[in-house]
Design a protein around this ligand. Sequence first.
Ligand SMILES: *Cc1c(COP(=O)(O)O)cnc(C)c1O
Length: 453
Amino acid sequence: MRYVSTRGQAPSLGFSDAVATGLAPDGGLFVPESLPQFTAADIRAWSKLDYPALCFEFLRHFATDIPEGTLQSIISRSYSKFTHPDIAPLVRLNDDLLVLELFHGPTLAFKDFALQLLGNLYEQQCRDRGQSINVLGATSGDTGSAAIHGLLGKPGTAIFILYPEGRTSPLQERQMACTGASNVHAIAIQGTFDDAQAIVKELLGDQAFRLRHRLSAVNSINLARILAQCVYYLHAWLRLPARVQAEAEFVVPTGNFGNVLAGWMLQKMGVPLRGFRVATNQNDILYRLFTTGDYRVTDVSPSLAPSMDIQVSSNFERFLYYQAGRDPARVREIMHAFKTSGHHRFENFDRDTFTASRCTDAEIAQIIRDVYRRFNYIVDPHTACGFKDIATDRPSVVLSTASPAKFPETIRSAIGIEATHPSLEALKSRPLVKTLLPADTAQVRVFVDRHAV
Ligand SMILES: *Cc1c(COP(=O)(O)O)cnc(C)c1O
């Protein structure tokens, strides 16, 4: 399988090179040259497989340049640190309402599904190529800790995560800075998230520096992340009762559109998922898009579901590529117009497959209370957005993207309960090791020079 850029002006690459490259050199995102088409018989044959076995059956269609035995071992390591035997358990609240829990990985959020795999893919590449790799990223929370836990202690790798000092939650900081691993560098920047991100962009944009350290970016656009995320939809769908299988709407709390996109791509490969709800918080660019066709940038306002606080959705370009009939010239034209004007009007896309909802902070708190009262079940603030406007004419499977224990303040103020998790409790007694640096690219550069592997 080869991978092509959505903008059509970069050479096609094999799986491993596309994963190592991240963003295509023409500014586009990598997509498979063609999507495999799975038959009803293929899908039936998967119904008894456990999570790692299913993941292998799926990924072997994409990671065609990795020997099968190696791929199997990468996958089995990637899901070995999940604490639930089902990896992605389905919890039934009632006949028509199920929750797909995606928070049993090392950092208690769904990003572990992709970043555990990506970490092991990077490690394998270091080994195959006899080279080290240094990963650099800026984070306001979840992505940084999930990326760190993907590379924790892996030989030949180092990871540098910049975050705004005093502006991530104390638990999130502990997940990044209390790992005890010598290849992890948690860098608290005296500035905002935008300052941290600007420094990372500048360093990654410095070609000589980038090549010297074989720097790779942490971001949500890596192709391997999307493919890894297809698997939990498949795993869940195979375990649904037949009626729910046929009718259910998958409800997806969304920021960068990565999670929804994975489900939708699986549908395009022949798995008959009925439809998706794009569930946003008050930062609702995707809600407005799917309800009005107008894709328009507005300011970001910080919410109770911070990992969905985005201005533009980076993964949306992959969706656009398919909507534009896989015509890269059309994608270039739209992305260019969007960049210049900050908006674009879409006509006639797949309304049959998507619905959308938006959820304000006040509604998040109310929903956490309601769900707890009705089902004795605690949802985190991101998952709560999925419970807004639950369909009444068909069953719903709500993807739960984080453990409530990651957001104890919000849970406490909504229902007066202390949400805890043993892995977070354990962090509280471990030493916090971070480097405090001013928002100054030169000083971060010196730090990376000194600690890169
Ligand atoms: C990242 C994240 C999201 C949003 O996922 P996208 O792929 O960006 O749509 C939702 N919830 C949580 C807890 C997250 O960490």
